[in-house]
Design a protein around this ligand. Structure first.
Ligand SMILES: [Zn+2]
Length: 298
């Protein structure tokens, strides 16, 4: 099988570690090219490190915290984003510096993503499910909507009057999930959002955990990363019939030449109880948080 050119777009650094990060790590190991686009620095939410520093007596606090600027904190978050990309084997990281928690759908943002699509020329696109049922506009589904409109824009260019060539190369888009719109079942007969693709990320769960280990700003490192992996990826794994899994939905149904029966479905053998034995355990993954992750400035 030839290699894929995969582009992944998320609103926040943390999403690049917690959403389709296992799938990204698997494809990077296969030698596929991964471009990770993180549109904000995530500098307005989950300020766990800042909260913890301010709780400390002044003598124990990071000396740079008291006169910290937005640029300092963005630098701190940007280094986390870079370390996450390194852990996952991302080929190219693109950060756009949009304002965190203020992502609204507008044409400038659509065009910015469309330009990246035309330059990167991905075969596969991964972004957050563009469905928003919440009480106020949320960065995650809006980013998904911006990406889908950018895909349409990139394919609708006419060189004679737009001065750029159209790009029609994206063969498949996959929408990923986080927590707000939880995958609730593995049966299409269940109401609500049901994924139509599961990826077994058991072989790379250590990379997903160690990517989360970089998010000291949000307190995701250490036990929290392992809890997220067991509670969420492990729960999805239970639904999907493996230890750890990531759920996806495709925008439209897929046509096959004949009935699709993957090799692992053919190989599956009857088990009276799906046991844990022989599967990896998130709690055994060693920490990958470097000492500098706890300091505001490099
Ligand atoms: Zn997020």
């Amino acid at each position: 099988m030839s290699n894929f050119n995969i582009m992944v777009v998320y609103p926040h650094p943390a999403d690049s570690a917690t959403e389709a990060s296992g799938t990204v790590a698997l494809h990077a190991e296969r030698g596929d090219r991964i471009t990770s686009v993180v549109v904000t620095d995530g500098d307005r939410h989950h300020m766990q490190w800042l909260h913890d520093e301010m709780e400390k007596p002044e003598s124990e606090r990071d000396p740079d915290v008291d006169d910290m600027t937005l640029a300092d904190y963005r630098g701190f978050k940007r280094r986390e984003t870079e370390r996450i990309a390194d852990v996952l084997g991302v080929s190219e990281l693109i950060t756009l510096g949009w304002t965190d928690h203020e992502i609204y759908f507008d044409l400038d943002k659509v065009n910015e993503i469309a330009d990246i699509i035309r330059r990167v020329r991905p075969d596969i696109l991964i972004t957050h499910l563009p469905v928003d049922a919440g009480p106020s506009p949320n960065d995650h589904p809006i980013t998904g909507k911006i990406v889908m409109k950018a895909l349409e824009t990139a394919s609708n260019r006419v060189p004679q009057f737009d001065g750029v060539h159209p790009y029609h190369g994206v063969k498949q888009t996959f929408f990923s999930f986080a927590s707000g719109e939880e995958a609730n079942s593995n049966s299409f007969l269940t109401p609500g959002i049901v994924p139509d693709v599961w990826v077994d990320i058991t072989p790379v769960i250590h990379k997903k955990i160690q990517a989360m280990d970089q998010l000291v700003s949000q307190g995701y490192h250490g036990e929290t990363a392992r809890w997220i992996a067991e509670a969420r990826d492990g729960r999805w794994g239970m639904l999907a019939g493996c230890a750890y899994a990531e759920p996806f939905l495709r925008p439209t149904a897929v046509t096959y030449d004949s009935l699709p029966i993957p090799e692992r479905v053919l190989r599956a053998e009857y088990e009276p109880t799906v046991m844990h034995s022989g599967r990896s355990t998130a709690h055994r993954v060693p920490s990958a948080t470097p000492p500098e992750a706890f300091r505001l400035k490099p």
